[in-house]
Design a binder for this molecule. Sequence first.
Ligand SMILES: Nc1ncnc2c1ncn2[C@@H]1O[C@H](COP(=O)(O)OP(=O)(O)OP(=O)(O)O)[C@@H](O)[C@H]1O
Ligand SMILES: [Mg+2]
Length: 249
Amino acid sequence: MARDGAWPARQPAPAEDEAVGGIRIEDVTLVRGAARIFEGLTLNLAESRIGLIGDNGAGKSSLFRLISGLDKPQQGRVVVSGAASSGHVGLMFQNPDDQIIFPTVAEELVFSLTARGEPRQAARQQALDFLAERGLSAWAGRSVGELSQGQRQQVCLMALQISEPRTLLLDEPYASLDLLSQARLAEQIERSRQQIIVSTHLLEHVQDFERVLWLDEGRVRADGPGREVCEAYAADVRGRARAERGNHA
Ligand SMILES: Nc1ncnc2c1ncn2[C@@H]1O[C@H](COP(=O)(O)OP(=O)(O)OP(=O)(O)O)[C@@H](O)[C@H]1O
Ligand SMILES: [Mg+2]
C-alpha cells in the first residue's frame, strides 16, 4: 500500500478570517489531584504554528487539556477565538486509546462529523470519501484494536482532520509514527491553514516554527522563535546530563 496514510495534496482552504485561531489563557491556576500544575499562567496564543517542548511532567498535556476544555481552571479563564467556548479546538491525545471510542475506523471518523451536527448518512459517505482520498479505503471496516500503535495514532489524526477545527492541538503526534509518516505529518502541518500547536520531544519538528514555548514545571521557561528556544532547551538538557555524569563519577 504505497499511499498508506498519505495526505491529499489539496486542502480545503478556509476563509481568510478563519485561517488563524486565537487562544488566551488569563491568570490561570490549574490543580489536578494534589498537584498544582499551573499558577497564574498567562499566555496569548495567536501564531499559526506553535511548538510546545519541555521535560516529562512539565505540563504540556495539561496545557492542551486546559485549552480544549477538558479541565477547567480553578482560577482565571481560557478564551478560545474570542468566545468562551472550545468548539473550534480539536485535541489529538498523546495516547490514542484515550481518544478512540468506536470499534472501527469508519465509525470513529463518522462520530467526528455527527458530533458537530452532520446527519449520519452524509457523515458516513464523507468518512468513506476521506479514507479513499488517502488510499485507505481498506481501513474503513478495520477494527481499531487490530491496528498498530502508530496506525491508531493516524486514525486519531484523521478523526481530527475530518472535522476541520480552527485550532489543532497535537500532543506528541510523532511519538509512534514511522519516519515516512512523520515526514508526511510534518508536511501536512506545514501546508495546513489551521492554527496548529504541537507538543513534541523531537525538536527538529518544531525548531522552524515561528514560536516555541519551553515549559518547565508548569512555568514558561522560554518563549520565542523555534530555533532559539529549542537550542536553549537542548543546551540546558546537555548541561543537566553532564552534571549527572559528574555526580556519578
Ligand atoms: N490526573 C492527574 N492528577 C494529578 N496530577 C497529574 C495528573 N495528570 C498529570 N499530572 C501531573 O501534572 C504534571 C504535568 O503533567 P503533564 O501530563 O501535563 O506533563 P507533560 O509535559 O505532558 O509530560 P510528558 O512529556 O510526559 O507527556 C505532572 O507533574 C503530572 O504528574
Ligand atoms: Mg504529555
